[in-house]
Design a protein around this ligand. Structure first.
Ligand SMILES: Nc1ncnc2c1ncn2[C@@H]1O[C@H](COP(=O)(O)OP(=O)(O)OP(=O)(O)O)[C@@H](O)[C@H]1O
Ligand SMILES: [Mg+2]
Length: 262
């Protein structure tokens, strides 16, 4: 059995970390109202790797931003570690589709940027080194963002998130702008990272194969306004065999169950 499989088994008995309770979100803008989410609920255990899949516009990013505390739900509540989420916090670090690095700072400085005011120098150095190591960029600490490939830049973004020592990593399509082979490599690295750190991970993706390669359960969302159509356990051993009948069966099942129309 692989070490990652051990990790996933170890996670299965742990307590609930994130509880999304019946949330709805209505955006009001100059041109009218949009209901992005409707009565959406799910939960996520500590150490669990969860993916969220669903058609474009079903509210995946909105949901992740609400869990991160970057957006406020209209009704309902999100509990993190038993407390209501009222705003952003270092216990939940977000990685977006694009790396959003500061171009004038080195890799090391980008990773240290968010933590340098709240930690002493020694701790900043320790956390930065640890993050650089986890994302495999020790040799590139002095590089600037324009000197990095897209995959490396996204690894810096993940490293920056890890430097906060968050309990949960919230990833919004972090690999979607990368080519197929870089994407596959980073998926493998993310699994390794999950194994090493036992972080709770929620990853939004359009890509069903990605959800099946990475997660222990996937939340299938219905089209806008988004709600949970199904929570599917992915009880396959890691590393996932993409050609196995069980993998293919789940893939077809999710394809059939994602509705792309209203
Ligand atoms: N700040 C905002 N103001 C108004 N409407 C918004 C805002 N953010 C999102 N929306 C609307 O909420 C709905 C859900 O958007 P969201 O970006 O969460 O979807 P998504 O599932 O992440 O889509 P995609 O897969 O294309 O990234 C859409 O109808 C969108 O137009
Ligand atoms: Mg989105």
């Amino acid at each position: 059995m692989s070490t990652i499989a051990n990790n996933s088994q170890k996670n299965s008995n742990q307590e609930m970390l994130i509880q999304v309770n019946n949330i709805s979100k209505i955006f009001t803008s100059n041109w009218g109202k949009v209901q992005a989410l409707q009565n959406l609920s799910f939960s996520c255990n500590r150490g669990e790797f969860v993916t969220i899949v669903g058609p474009s516009g079903c509210g995946k990013t909105t949901l992740l931003r609400i869990i991160a505390g970057l957006e406020r739900q209209t009704t309902g509540e999100v509990l993190f570690n038993g407390s209501k989420v009222l705003g952003p916090g270092h216990d939940r670090a977000v990685v977006f589709q694009e790396p959003r690095l500061f171009p004038w700072l080195t890799v090391e400085q980008n990773i240290a940027f968010g933590i340098r005011d709240s930690r002493n120098k020694q701790k900043v150095k320790y956390l930065t080194d640890k993050s650089l190591d986890l994302v495999g960029l020790k040799d590139f600490r002095q590089a600037y963002p324009h000197e990095l490939s897209g995959g490396m830049a996204q690894r810096v973004a993940i490293g920056r998130a890890l430097a906060f020592e968050p309990a949960a990593l919230l990833l919004d399509e972090p690999f979607s702008s990368l080519d197929v082979s870089t994407r596959a490599r980073l998926q493998g690295e993310l699994l390794e990272l999950w194994h090493k750190t036992a972080k709770t991970i929620i990853l939004v993706t359009h890509n069903i194969t990605e959800a099946l390669v990475l997660s222990q359960k996937t939340i299938i969302m219905s089209p806008a306004p988004g709600s949970v159509k199904e929570v599917l356990a992915i009880d396959l051993p890691y590393p996932r065999e993409q050609n196995s009948p069980a993998f293919q069966e789940k893939k077809e099942y999710i394809h059939k169950n994602i509705s792309y129309k209203h």
